[in-house]
Structure formats: structure tokens, C-alpha cells
Design a protein around this ligand. Structure first.
Ligand SMILES: NC(=O)c1ccc[n+]([C@@H]2O[C@H](COP(=O)([O-])OP(=O)(O)OC[C@H]3O[C@@H](n4cnc5c(N)ncnc54)[C@H](OP(=O)(O)O)[C@@H]3O)[C@@H](O)[C@H]2O)c1
Length: 385
């Protein structure tokens, strides 16, 4: 985590492109059908009202009428779930899924927004069934929401805290059976961070898996100030953050990235120095070589052709060709906390795909869109009822 200690962060100007997140989309409603302890429920209701453009006086939260509206966490909730592996059609809404029990080291999060990742689709297709949790599964790793209950040993969070995180520490090894595509999800305190105030819940929900993967990959590849990096798949969820972290957190001297024609301007707006349109040029045929190649596409065989001698090739998916290596991201709240200042300051920005955010009722459509492989930044689910 040495990179975080760097005091010389290049001051890159960041121009907002049409792909970048627009002003927060107001959740149509976040009527808590139920809520946790009253204070937390009031915070959630006020936050939802604020994001919906309504104004709720702070004092109203303690009025008898509002207090009466706040009830205990229910035993059941709405959740998307599947009880057999397959394509997106296996997903069904369960109107009475069990609200997960809260362990001693966990908090219960009222989900305000969630996000999809390719791993959700691959898991749903049964690709990881040897190490998966038992069916039925409520999918979803990414969450942003409000703490409504805390376990007995939780020290860092309290009811009402706005948090975000990746809910399973090891996404492929016994991930949680009850994920974030639900009204509530239970998460270990150590996997969560405070949501940066400068971004809304939808933007925060799109970050955890992607930003943790980008960070861990760049760190494992040994990127540091003055080195060059090529990001393959720069317009995707992970790639759009790898570009920004390389520049803003790791101090890379040159960031190159690939995407198709329509996304070249986005790459530049994220800080890419050399934007390569893969529909017109083969990156492996260009003369440039890089200290680090970050492959978020599955082009490991080509990636190793453009790495400098002694450099690193980190591969997220597909076949690995030496000297390339692959890793699987580990969830970690303290890493998110360390990245929070870059998000607070706007040096690193979430990129939310403008086909969304998809409301909770449109999760099947959101999965189908993600699985086209053409998403720009993150496919976000918001609001969640
Ligand atoms: N190992 C791990 O721990 C880990 C963690 C996270 C993700 N992953 C994996 O990493 C991959 C990327 O994840 P993601 O969330 O970033 O996916 P994503 O957001 O769905 O990626 C979509 C993007 O990929 C781009 N793309 C597709 N083919 C491309 C090509 N040939 N060259 C350049 N860009 C291309 C698309 O841009 P165009 O439309 O311009 O083609 C699109 O913007 C997935 O396979 C995922 O499962 C692994």
C-alpha cells in the first residue's frame, strides 16, 4: 500500500465527459417498508428525501408521526434470487426472502444502491459452483447503503452510518448466499468503508469490486511513480478506475489504454495519455512497450508482447501467458478508506453507465446489458426499495 503514502500526486485536470456520472438520479422513492432502529430509519428516510429533491426538516425525524412510521427490521424482504444456475432468466424476485441474521462482527445494511459485475453473471451461470455457497442465491457483491443494525463486536460503525463495500471477502470462495440485490444485506465491519460525502449512493455502489480490483492489480504489478502502464479495456468498470488510480494514486508517468472508437474521448477524460482505438490499431503492433500491462479484457497472449523486460503483466480474466499472472480480488474496507480522499477530492471519479442506473425491478435487464460486454463504467441498480 506504499502508493497511498506518496505525497506527490500529479494534479491532473479532469474534464467531465458525457459518459461520466450525471447529477445524481433521484431515487423515485426509498419508502422504508420497514427499518431498523428509529434513528437509522430517520437518517435513511431523510437521505432518500434529499436525493429525491424533497426537503424533510431534521426535526421531523423526531416527531411522533415520523417515529411511529419507523418500525423494526422485518423478518422478510424483497430480493432477487435464483435456485438453479443458468442465464438471466433464472433470476426471480422473492417478495419474502429472509433478512440475513447479523453476526457479531457484522452490520446490517439497508441497501440504497447495488451494482453488477461480470463475476455475478459468471457465478449465476455456474462457473464457480465448486466453491460457491449453496443455492438459492441472492446475487450481488457491491453495495452502498445505511447501517440499520450492528453486531455486538462492531466498533467502527453505528446505526445511520452511510457505507459502501464489497460484501464477500473472497468472491469465489464461499461467497455470501444473501447478497446485495436485496433490501438488506449483512456485511462484516472490516469489509466496509464510509461512503465519501462527495458521491451519491449510486456512484458509491459502482465502486467496490472495480476499484479494489484496479488497486490490487496495480499494486501487485508493482506500478509506482515514473513507470508506464497500458490498461486493456479502459472503458469498463475496472479499466476506467485502473486508468485513474494509475495516474492519480500511483503517479504513473504514462498511461495508455484501449477501447472502441466511441469511448476514446472517455479514456482521455479519465487521464489516458495514449488512447488506442482497438478497432483501428492493434496495440501489440505499436512500437511502445510498458512497465506494466493491466489486462481487463482477456488478451494475455498479446499483452506479454508489449511489456518491457522485467515488467509485469496482470491479467484479470482468460488465459495467462508467462510472465503474466492472475489474481482474484480480496475485499477490504480499509483499502476503500485509504482511497476515499481521492474520491472526496474528485481526483478519482466513479463512472456510471448511462443506460442506468436500473431500478430494482429491472435487474434482469441490467444483467442482460452487462453481459453484452459493452458497458461503459458500472452497471448500477438504484433505487432499491
Ligand atoms: N480477477 C479478478 O479479481 C477480477 C475482478 C474484477 C473483474 N474481473 C474480470 O475482469 C473483466 C473486466 O471486468 P469489468 O467489470 O471491467 O467488465 P465490464 O465493465 O463489463 O467491461 C466492459 C468493457 O470492456 C471493453 N472491452 C471489451 N472488449 C474489449 C477489447 N477487445 N479491447 C478493449 N476493451 C474492450 C468494452 O469497451 P468497448 O465497448 O469499447 O469494447 C466495455 O466498455 C471481466 O472478465 C471480469 O470478470 C476479474
Amino acid at each position: 500500500m506504499q502508493a497511498f503514502l506518496s505525497s506527490s500526486i500529479p494534479a491532473t485536470s479532469y474534464s467531465r465527459s458525457s459518459f461520466l456520472p450525471q447529477p445524481p438520479q433521484a431515487p423515485a422513492r426509498l419508502a422504508l417498508p420497514s427499518s431498523g432502529p428509529r434513528a437509522a430509519a430517520a437518517v435513511v428516510a431523510r437521505r432518500a428525501a434529499a436525493e429525491a429533491g424533497r426537503c424533510v426538516a431534521a426535526s421531523a425525524s423526531s416527531s411522533p408521526a415520523t417515529a411511529a412510521a419507523a418500525t423494526e427490521v422485518p423478518g422478510t424482504m424483497k430480493a432477487w434470487a435464483y435456485d438453479a444456475y443458468g442465464d438471466a432468466s433464472v433470476l426471480k424476485i422473492d417478495e419474502a426472502a429472509a433478512v440475513p441474521a447479523v453476526g457479531e462482527d457484522q452490520v446490517l445494511v439497508k441497501v440504497v444502491a447495488a451494482a453488477l459485475n461480470p463475476v455475478d453473471a459468471k457465478r449465476r451461470a455456474g462457473k464457480f459452483q465448486a466453491t460457491d455457497s449453496p443455492l438459492p442465491t441472492v446475487p450481488g457483491y457491491d453495495v452502498a447503503g445505511v447501517v440499520v443494525k450492528v453486531g455486538g463486536q462492531v466498533k467502527g460503525f453505528q446505526e445511520g452510518d452511510e457505507v459502501y463495500g464489497m460484501i464477500s471477502e473472497k468472491p469465489l470462495e464461499g461467497p455470501k448466499q444473501s447478497g446485495s440485490l436485496a433490501e438488506y444485506t449483512a456485511v462484516e465491519e472490516k469489509l466496509l468503508a464510509r461512503k465519501p460525502k462527495s458521491i451519491d449512493f449510486a456512484q458509491a455502489a459502482g465502486l467496490p469490486v472495480a476499484i479494489l480490483t484496479a488497486n490490487e492489480g496495480l499494486e501487485k504489478a508493482g506500478l509506482c511513480a515514473g513507470k508506464s502502464v497500458l490498461v486493456l479495456g479502459g472503458a469498463g468498470g475496472v479499466g476506467s478506475l485502473a486508468i485513474q488510480l494509475a495516474k492519480q494514486v500511483y503517479g504513473a508517468s504514462k498511461v495508455a489504454a484501449t477501447a472502441s472508437t466511441k469511448k476514446i474521448e472517455l479514456l482521455k477524460s479519465l487521464g489516458t495519455d495514449v488512447a488506442i482505438d482497438y478497432t483501428k490499431e492493434n496495440f501489440e503492433d505499436l512500437p511502445d512497450k510498458y512497465d506494466v500491462v493491466f489486462d481487463a479484457v482477456g488478451q494475455g497472449e498479446k499483452a506479454v508482447k508489449v511489456v518491457k523486460e522485467g515488467g509485469s503483466v496482470v491479467v484479470l480474466t482468460g488465459a495467462v501467458t508467462p510472465p503474466g499472472f492472475r489474481f482474484v480480488v480480496t475485499s477490504n474496507g480499509s483499502t476503500l478508506e485509504k482511497l476515499n480522499p481521492y474520491l472526496e477530492s474528485g481526483k478519482v471519479k466513479p463512472v456510471v453507465d448511462l443506460q442506468g442506473p436500473f431500478p430494482f425491478s429491472k435487474v434482469v435487464e441490467a444483467f442482460s446489458y452487462l453481459e453484452t460486454g459493452r458497458a461503459t463504467g458500472k452497471v448500477v441498480i438504484s433505487p432499491v426499495p
